[in-house]
Design a binder for this molecule. Structure first.
Ligand SMILES: [Zn+2]
Length: 408
């Protein structure tokens, strides 16, 4: 069986110069299979790493950490465990307390590598701590919940503000399908939601490229689109959490992550649906509310963005400079490409289809099921483009008045 890493490398090699592929070489091994935990000791041995730190929380220690600790100790590898503690709301978050806890344990144990055993947040803490102490990290996902396992950026929360700090990607990924199949349904559904959001992120990327000449890489777009297609086709298997369904979802998440790595920025996988999700997340941080799952927010946000985009596609009119004093550099390009843009909007599935898919996958199918109220939803639709102001999405164009709706 060809590994996902080999097939992606071969695919990318068909259209990119070898220099651009070197970024993929940083990830030495990607295993998505049953009993992948058992392969980790051999990999560590091949790298001559004899002392490791496992970063876990209480749930992921039970799900995989304890078993991995035993396997590594049996293989003669010095193994220490950092169990991160939840905050008062019961969330493990990538804040100062968690980061210092991981950093101190790395320093005191003299570990040569960090193993992130868990979901997105444990990965963020591990990658930042590993990067800061100058050692590598290895990804051991315990749920197919996000596409950020291969990310180089670490979103961390400092004094209540979220910032993304450049860090490192994993040296290897060991995704044990036996463990992923046991993950709570809402985490798997969140992973599906993160993938479903690619309908709008891929649209926004194409739009930004046409309207604002944002950089574009077709192979990264194709890889992301293929990951999306595979998951939608397998939604019943994913919902049933069959071995095949979970493998397809996890490989799609990794493929989406590698597409971002190849492109060098998050455009393929993150458009206005992610900006909406980040806006809600920051609001929840400010309010001290318990956090919602990233992919659950992205899934629900993509339903709302699809709704707005179809509306714009049907009623949008290019803003022609009616005020001589307002500079609208992108309006002319939007006008020139409007037919293509409108066709691509029409190709985004209708919001009801996206909700149905989220429901089948077992996740919240709408913002109301996530308990996002109307006030926050409407404010976020008006302001979410400011989360990433330098990225030109259709939401951005609409909110700054480069596109207006026809008067009814
Ligand atoms: Zn995401």
């Amino acid at each position: 069986m060809t590994s996902i890493l080999t097939s992606i490398r071969n695919w990318a090699a068909s259209s990119l110069p070898s220099l651009q592929l070197t970024v993929l070489d940083e990830v030495k091994v990607v295993q998505v299979q049953a009993a992948a935990l058992r392969e980790i000791a051999d990999f560590l041995d091949s790298q001559s790493w004899v002392s490791v730190l496992l970063v876990v929380d209480a749930n992921t220690y039970n799900a995989a950490g304890r078993q991995l600790e035993r396997l590594l100790l049996e293989a003669g590898i010095r193994t220490q465990v950092t169990q991160l503690l939840p905050d008062r709301k019961g969330d493990v978050i990538a804040d100062e307390a968690s980061l210092i806890q991981a950093l101190l344990d790395i320093q005191q144990s003299g570990s040569q590598v960090v193993l992130a055993v868990g979901g997105g947040t444990i990965h963020d803490i591990s990658r930042y701590a590993a990067y800061t102490t100058g050692i590598p990290f290895v990804s051991v996902p315990t749920a197919a919940s996000v596409d950020g396992f291969t990310s180089r950026g670490a979103p961390i929360i400092v004094r209540g503000e979220k910032k993304t700090i450049p860090a490192i990607g994993p040296s290897a990924i060991f995704a044990d399908v036996d463990i992923l199949m046991q993950a709570p349904t809402e985490l798997t559904a969140a992973g599906f939601g993160d993938i479903l959001g690619k309908h709008t992120s891929l649209f926004d990327w194409m739009f930004g490229h046409l309207a604002a000449e944002e950089p574009h890489l077709q192979i990264a777009a194709d890889m992301t689109a293929a990951a999306l297609r595979d998951c939608v086709q397998a939604v019943d298997q994913i919902a049933g959490r069959s071995e095949e369904g979970i493998r397809i979802l996890m490989e799609a998440l990794i493929q989406s992550g590698l597409a971002m790595l190849l492109f060098g920025q998050s455009h393929p996988a993150s458009g206005s649906e992610h900006h909406l999700s980040h806006y809600w997340e920051m609001e929840y941080i400010r309010q001290g509310e318990k956090q919602l799952l990233h992919g659950a927010k992205v899934g629900a946000a993509s339903v709302e963005i699809a709704k707005l985009y179809h509306h714009i596609g049907e009623n949008g009119l290019i803003h022609t400079a009616d005020h001589a004093d307002v500079q609208r550099p992108y309006s002319e390009r939007i006008a020139r490409h409007w037919d293509v843009i409108r066709r691509n909007i029409a190709a985004i599935p209708p919001p009801s289809e996206l909700s149905d898919l989220m429901r089948i996958a077992g996740g919240p199918a709408s913002v109301s099921e996530l308990s996002i109220g109307d006030e926050l939803l409407n404010r976020s639709l008006r302001e979410a483009h400011k989360v990433r102001f330098n990225r030109y999405t259709l939401l951005h164009a609409y909110n700054v008045g480069d596109i207006r709706l026809r008067k009814s």
